[in-house]
Design a protein around this ligand. Structure first.
Ligand SMILES: Nc1ncnc2c1ncn2[C@@H]1O[C@H](COP(=O)(O)OP(=O)(O)OP(=O)(O)O)[C@@H](O)[C@H]1O
Ligand SMILES: [Mg+2]
Length: 233
């Protein structure tokens, strides 16, 4: 579904991604893991068209994304849950959901407010409340729900469990597992390796802007020296 082929990207004079190569197949759950500042969020920004790829290609279902505006890329079917959530604090929970809602590309199984409420009952209870008054966990649920309302073919989550208590993280993982069981394709960035092991089909370790190792969570478990060297765990 998504292919990055030898992508370079960065900010002004600093190059962050250097030969980033990655692919995500339909219905797959793929991770980017790695230490702070290695280029995971920069990869996401480049996929979304917020940063230009200076070299290499990014393909979504075979279509080159080069030069397309971020809203265009989002409309092609990539739903982003950005680092730091970025919900609209002054809007109500319901307004946040409606602000990004988009009809599904196929008529089958589209996301609606009702379906999002079934997934996150707490968003129903708080639907008229302004988003800034939600707890951190509820804000994260809203950020995920908002991305789902765009009916993405690929859901991208950048540190969706950051700063949340273990119980709330568990709720987020359970929700992602449900989405996976329905066939949702997911690219997930997270630091909680143990918690994501059930969900992820294939890890990618990012080091200095490129993938230096990939394999299943089980394969990573069997290679403690890899985790030690690239993740410091
Ligand atoms: N807007 C920016 N302008 C300049 N440099 C930036 C900018 N954003 C990130 N960088 C730099 O790019 C590098 C990669 O950052 P990035 O945010 O992609 O890392 P990351 O892997 O997501 O890290 P973390 O795990 O901390 O979220 C870092 O050296 C960072 O300082
Ligand atoms: Mg990041």
């Amino acid at each position: 579904m998504l292919v990055l082929d030898a992508v370079d990207a960065g900010y002004d004079s600093s190059q962050v991604l250097s030969g980033m190569t990655l692919s995500v197949g339909a219905h797959e759950v793929v991770s980017l893991i790695g230490r702070n500042g290695m280029g995971k969020s920069t990869t996401v920004r480049t996929i979304m068209g917020l940063l230009p790829a200076r070299r290499g290609r990014i393909l979504l279902d075979g279509r080159d994304l080069a030069g397309l505006a971020p809203n265009r890329i989002a409309r092609m079917g990539i739903g982003l849950v950005p680092e730091g959530r970025r919900i609209f604090g002054s809007l109500s929970v319901e307004e946040n959901l409606l602000a990004t809602a988009r009809a599904p590309s196929t008529s089958a199984s589209g996301w609606s407010i009702d379906r999002v409420h079934a997934l996150f009952p707490r968003l129903r209870e708080r639907r008229t409340q302004s988003a800034r008054t939600l707890s951190g966990g509820e804000q994260q649920m809203l950020a995920i729900a908002r991305a789902l309302m765009t009916n993405p073919r690929l859901l991208v989550l950048d540190e969706a469990t950051e700063g949340l208590a273990p119980l709330i993280r568990g709720e987020i993982w359970a929700c992602l597992q449900m989405l996976k069981d329905e066939g949702q394709t997911i690219l997930v960035i997270d630091k909680n390796l143990d918690e994501m092991a059930m969900l992820v089909d294939r890890h990618h370790i990012v080091e200095k802007g490129r993938v230096v190792w990939q394999g299943t969570p089980q394969e990573l478990d069997a290679r403690p020296e890899v985790a030690q060297r690239f993740l410091g765990v």
